[in-house]
Design a protein around this ligand. Structure first.
Ligand SMILES: *Cc1c(COP(=O)(O)O)cnc(C)c1O
Length: 465
C-alpha cells in the first residue's frame, strides 16, 4: 500500500515511511492510495478471531513493508498490558452497546493507538539504527497515553509539556509518576495553549528539529488512525454474531476528528451498508456538529467543559475527510485548507448531501451530559465518564428501533471522578491501576513558558546517536 498527501506534494511512500513522516512534508496529511473493501465471506471468516488476530488481518491490508511475523509480534506486545482479554469488550444495555475502550494502562482510548505506535517507533528506529526525541504538549489525556506508549523503550526519549496545576490531579500523577529514565515531564507556568505554541515554535526551528531528531506523537499519525479502525470492525463482528442484525450504527464522542475518521475508514472496509450511521457527538465546542448539520466549518472560542479531551475547535484530522469530500483532489484540498488557515472558516454548504450520507451529528450541552450520566446510572447501574456521556446522549437522540447502536466509551469514569460525582452524588470505584497513585513519588521539571529554556532542557537531555 502506498501513501499520498492530501495536498499532493509528495511522491507515494510505503507505510513505514508514512509513520516516520507523521505530518506530510508538504503540510498535508497522509492517506492510503486506496481503501480495500472486504466481502461478506471474509467478514464471516473473521468472526472467531481474537482482537490481536483481527488487528493483524486489518492492518496487514494497509502495510506491505513489515514482515507478517514482525507485525504480529508488534500487535501482541501492544495489547499485552490491557486489563481484559477481549481488549475492547462490549457491554450490552438493550439496543445500546457500550464499547469499552479504556482498559489500557492510562484508562483512556488513546492507549489503543499509542501502545502500538510506541512499539512501532522502537521497531523502525532499530531497523534504521536511529533515535527519536518525542516532543508534545498535552491538556491531560494524550500526555499520559504517549508516555505509557514509550516508557522504557530503547532509542526514544519523550518530553511532555503540561500546564502547571491546570490538569486534573490524577492526570498529573499519571504522567509524573512514570520515572523511567527516558521520560521527561515538564510543567510549564502557563496554559495548554502556551504549551502548544512552544511545541509548534520548536518544531518550526528546522535546524533544531533535525539536530535533535525530534518526533511527534499527535493524532495526525496514520498509524494511530489505523490502530483505531480495528475496534470498529471487532465490535461489528460481535454484534453480527447474532445473525438477525444486518447493519449497525456507531456513536463517537469527537474532538480532533481522529476516532470518528477511523470509523469512516471502517465503513469503507466493511461490506457496503453494514455500518449505517456514524453519529458524531461533540460537547459545547460544536464546530464539527455545525459542519455536518449546516455545512458551516468556522472556528469559535474554545469553551471549557467536563469533557476536556474534546475541548477543541480546529480538528486536526478534518483535512483527511475534506480530501474525500473534494473528490480526492489535492489542489482543491490545499486551497480550502489555506483559506481556512487565513479566515478561520469554510463554507461547505454545497456538499451537504454527501456530508449527511457520511455522518449525523449532535452537539451536547453540559446539562445534558450530567443528566445523561445520572439517567444511565439510574436505569442501567452503569457509570459513564463525561466524554462517553456526550456520545451516549447523541446516540439516544439518533437511535432507531431494531438497529443496534455501538457507543464508544473513551475513558474510565474514575479519571473524571468529580464530574461523575456532580451527576450521581458519588465517586466511581477506582480501578486497581489508580489505587495509591496520589502517594507515589513523581518526577517533573517546573519551567517558565519560554521556548528558549525548554529547548536548552531538551538539548541537555536528548538521546543522540
Ligand atoms: C482524545 C479523546 C477524545 C476525542 O478523540 P478524537 O480522536 O480527538 O476525536 C474523546 N474522549 C477521550 C476520553 C479522549 O481522550
Amino acid at each position: 500500500m502506498q501513501y499520498l498527501s492530501t495536498r499532493g506534494g509528495i511522491s507515494p511512500i510505503p507505510f513505514t515511511q508514512a509513520v516516520m513522516m507523521g505530518l506530510a512534508v508538504d503540510g498535508g496529511l497522509l492517506l492510503p492510495r486506496t481503501i480495500p473493501r472486504i466481502g461478506s465471506d471474509t467478514f464471516n471468516s473473521w468472526k472467531n478471531l481474537t482482537y490481536q488476530e483481527l488487528a493483524f488481518e486489518v492492518m496487514s491490508r494497509f502495510i506491505d513493508d513489515i514482515p507478517d511475523s514482525d507485525l504480529r509480534d508488534l500487535i501482541n506486545r501492544s495489547y499485552a498490558g490491557f486489563g481484559v482479554k477481549e481488549i475492547t469488550p462490549l457491554v450490552h444495555h438493550g439496543n445500546l452497546h457500550i464499547l469499552e475502550l479504556f482498559h489500557g494502562p492510562t484508562l483512556a482510548f488513546k492507549d489503543i493507538a499509542l501502545q502500538f505506535l510506541g512499539n512501532l517507533f522502537e521497531y523502525l528506529l532499530e531497523k534504521k539504527d536511529g533515535v527519536m526525541n518525542i516532543l508534545g504538549a498535552t491538556s491531560g489525556d494524550t500526555g499520559s497515553a504517549a508516555i505509557y506508549g514509550v516508557r522504557g523503550k530503547n532509542r526514544i526519549n519523550i518530553f511532555i509539556l503540561h500546564p502547571y496545576k491546570r490538569v486534573s490531579p490524577i492526570q498529573e500523577k499519571q504522567m509524573t509518576t512514570v520515572t523511567d529514565a527516558n521520560v521527561f515531564n515538564i510543567a510549564i507556568k502557563g496554559t495548554f495553549d502556551d504549551g502548544q505554541a512552544i511545541v509548534k515554535s520548536i518544531f518550526n526551528d528546522i535546524e533544531f528539529k533535525t539536530a535533535q531528531n525530534l518526533g511527534a506523537i499527535n493524532s495526525i499519525n496514520w498509524a494511530r488512525v489505523l490502530a483505531q479502525v480495528v475496534y470498529y470492525i471487532y465490535s461489528g463482528l460481535h454484534i453480527m454474531k447474532d445473525e438477525k442484525d444486518r447493519s449497525f450504527d456507531f456513536a463517537i464522542p469527537t474532538g480532533n476528528f481522529g476516532d470518528i475518521f477511523a470509523g469512516y475508514i471502517a465503513k469503507q472496509i466493511l461490506p457496503e451498508g453494514m455500518i449505517r450511521n456514524l453519529v458524531l457527538a461533540t460537547n459545547a465546542n460544536d464546530i464539527l456538529a455545525r459542519f455536518i448539520n449546516n455545512g458551516d466549518y468556522s472556528l469559535g472560542e474554545v469553551v471549557v467543559t467536563s469533557s476536556p479531551s474534546m475541548d477543541i475547535q480546529a480538528a486536526s484530522n478534518f483535512e483527511r475527510y475534506l480530501f474525500y469530500l473534494l473528490d480526492k483532489e489535492p489542489e482543491r484540498t490545499k486551497e480550502a485548507m489555506v483559506e481556512f488557515t487565513r479566515t478561520g472558516r469554510l463554507d461547505l454548504k454545497g456538499y451537504q448531501d454527501q456530508i449527511r450520507r457520511d455522518f449525523v451529528a449532535k452537539s451536547v450541552s453540559e446539562e445534558e451530559v450530567l443528566q445523561t450520566i445520572a439517567d444511565f446510572y439510574a436505569e442501567h447501574d452503569y457509570i459513564l465518564d463525561p466524554h462517553t456521556a456526550v456520545g451516549v446522549n447523541a446516540a439516544l437522540a439518533c437511535l432507531q428501533q431494531n438497529v443496534p447502536m455501538i457507543c464508544l466509551a473513551t475513558a474510565h469514569p474514575a479519571k473524571f471522578g468529580s464530574a461523575v460525582e456532580k451527576a450521581i452524588g458519588r465517586q466511581p470505584q477506582v480501578p486497581e491501576s489508580l489505587v495509591g497513585i496520589m502517594e507515589k513519588t513523581s518526577r517533573c521539571e517546573l519551567m517558565d513558558a519560554d521556548s528558549k529554556q525548554i529547548k536548552a532542557y531538551i538539548k541537555a537531555h536528548a538521546i543522540s546517536k
